[in-house]
Each structure stands twice: as C-alpha cells, then as structure tokens.
Ligand binder design. Structure first.
Ligand code: MG
Length: 360
C-alpha cells in the first residue's frame, strides 16, 4: 500500500466568542486540512493550524512545507514500512511541527484503517471515553466569573482558566471571582501562557495556596526558554506545575525531566510534530514518573480527534484539554470524535473515523 498523493486545503471557521490568552486573541480558527491517499484509494485526514506565537508557523509556511517538502519526500513510500515514513517526515525539514503533525496523523489514520481498527485501539485501546475541560478566556473578573458559571451549568466539571495579563493582583482577583461564583466543586487549572516571571509566579501561586483557591495545576507560568525559572516555581510552590510551551520535542522533554523543572508535561501534536514523537515524549515522562496532559491549539475536529485517540490509548495521560471544537461556530467534519457536553467518545469506524469534510 503506497502513499500516492498528499493534498492540502485551507479552512477558516469563526469562533462563537473570542479566545484570549496572555499570548493572543483569536476570533477565527484558520487551519490547513491534509488528505493523504493510498494506491488502494484509502484516505487519511490531518490538520495543522497556524499558531504563530507558539510554533512560528503560518498558513503559507504550513502549505509550503507540506506540498513542496514533505509530499515529495513521502510519496511512493509503503505503509508497511511506517517507521521509514516517520523517520523521513521528521528528517526532511527542521521545526515546522504543525505541518509534520498534520501528515503524521493522516498516516496514523491510514495505518489503523489498514489494520481494521479505530486509531485508539490500534495504539493500545486503554480508554473508551474522555472528559475535557473548558477554557475561560482572560478578561475582567466579572466576565470570567460569568463565563465560568455558564460552562459549569453546561456540565463542565473542569475549567482551564487563562491568566497572565496585567498584575498578579488582577490574576488573583480573577480566580477569587470565579471561585466565589462556581464554588469549590469544579476543578480549576490555570494557564499563564508564559505571562509571569519566576518570582511573580511563586508569589501569585503562594497567595492562591494561602487563600485556599484549590488550583489543580498551573501551566507554563514563565517564558518557554526559562527552564531555570520553571524549576524555581516548581521547587518553591506546593501546587503542581506543568510545562507546555517549554516542551515541543523529545529533547525538550528530556531536559525538563532531567532538571525536574516541572511536575507535569502538556503534550500537543502541533508541538511534537505528531503522534510518533508524542508517544516517545509520553514514554520518557512515564519512565520519569511524570504524568502528562494532551492539549491542542485552536484546532477543528480533525486535529482534536487524532489527539484524543492518542490520549485515550496511553495510561500516563491523566488530563485532557480538548475543548477547541466546542468554541467553533460550525463543524465541517463528518465523523471523528463524539462530544456529549464534556464527555468524548469514539465511534467504531476505522482510523480517525472521519468520513468526509464538508465545504465551508
Ligand atoms: Mg497551555
């Protein structure tokens, strides 16, 4: 079974409410869909969103990387030698992790279809359902409390709260406002998206600990490159600290784990370059006693479906952050992961289970 063609198409889907973090504000989800077709006519789907502020990729760079560099490297290769395919995919250009992820997940879609299994079963089949959190964008405290209450009423038990804009006082006020509104039952995990210095992070997290705000963990408190700062925050607070933007590839994970710079790692296919490298990062973390979350960028249902299949098949993945498709004004994907409120499940369809993409 040979890879016969690799094609891309641009998509743009509006969000129902702007997504705001310390790094950016998003009102439309842009993405590039990938379709890999085999000599037998099987189709594998993939997706890569341009997340300039995190991966450095744009629509143009992703389209160019896939069509001009990755496709010529992979066309004609045999799916029975998938290891060769993934080696070539990772070696044909450096970085460009989202472009690689889109093709990687389409290859995994095909490998699972070829084996007659849904992808999560092809990868190990550990869980059949997942529970996602829902993200509260960073805004004024009252708006954030209103949003949090609405999501809890909609059935979300875990909220991921974006912080890291303005002063530490502003961030503490945000969390107080949310806790006062939703009570202590919903879990709150914070994401500062690199918005604090190490000292600010230690101060803010200690204040939240003293105030009894019960934070499950704090994601990426400090700038991505500041591993010493990340370690300082991890060492000087009781709250669990998660590395996100600090860990793209296996070598990044290795450094964070060697330094014990974080308690947890957030794996995203768009940072790792796909499932092939995500498995390696998770295995390394597991060997070091570090649990992982799987999250996403602002992606549509193809990327999230691939990430969910990977997450469900690996017991060391303890946390799931898959709310992006729920923020979109429309869903162009027929098939893929199934949402019922915060619960996600898989169909019995083979591979990613995506039957087609409707015109936007
Ligand atoms: Mg994050």
């Amino acid at each position: 079974m040979l890879i016969q063609s690799i094609e891309t198409v641009d998509v743009a889907v509006p969000l129902t409410k702007p997504f705001k973090t310390a790094l950016r504000t998003v009102t439309t989800a842009y993405s590039i869909y990938v379709k890999v077709t085999t000599s037998e006519g099987l189709i594998g789907y993939g997706e890569a969103p341009p997340t300039h502020v995190i991966t450095g990729e744009s629509m143009d760079s992703i389209r160019y990387a896939i069509n001009e560099i990755i496709a010529p490297s992979l066309i004609g290769l045999n799916l029975l030698e998938s290891e060769r395919i993934f080696q070539k995919l990772n070696a044909c250009l450096v970085r460009n992790t989202s472009a690689k992820a889109a093709v990687d997940m389409a290859i995994y879609d095909l490998l699972a279809q070829q084996s007659g299994l849904p992808l999560f079963q092809f990868l190990g089949g550990y869980k059949t359902t997942l529970e996602t959190d829902f993200t509260v964008s960073v805004n004024e405290p009252k708006e954030m409390a209103d949003d949090a209450a609405r999501y809890v009423n909609e059935g979300f038990n875990v909220l991921k709260v974006k912080v890291g804009i303005g002063s530490i006082k502003d961030d503490i006020a945000r969390i107080h406002a949310i806790r006062e509104r939703v009570g202590n039952k919903p879990k709150l995990r914070l994401d500062a998206n690199q918005g604090w210095s190490a000292k600010e992070a230690v101060k803010a997290i200690r204040m939240m600990e003293d105030a009894g705000l019960e934070i499950e963990f704090v994601e990426q408190p400090v700038p991505a490159q500041d591993l010493e700062g990340l370690k300082k925050v991890t060492d000087c607070t009781d709250t669990l600290i998660m590395a996100d933007e600090s860990v793209f590839l296996v070598n990044d994970a290795k450094r964070v784990l060697e330094m014990r710079a974080a308690d947890l790692i957030n794996i995203k296919l768009m940072k790792s370059g796909g499932i092939y490298n995500a498995i390696k990062i998770n295995t390394l973390a597991e060997a070091n006693g570090v649990a992982c979350m799987v999250g996403s960028m602002i992606e549509t249902k193809i990327g999230i479906t691939a990430a969910a299949h990977f997450a469900a098949s690996h017991p060391n993945i303890h946390y799931y952050d898959f709310d992006a498709p729920l923020m979109l004004a429309k869903d162009m994907i027929v098939g893929g992961v199934i949402y019922e409120g915060s619960k996600m499940s898989f169909s019995n369809e083979l591979g990613l289970g995506i039957s087609r993409v409707e015109k936007g």
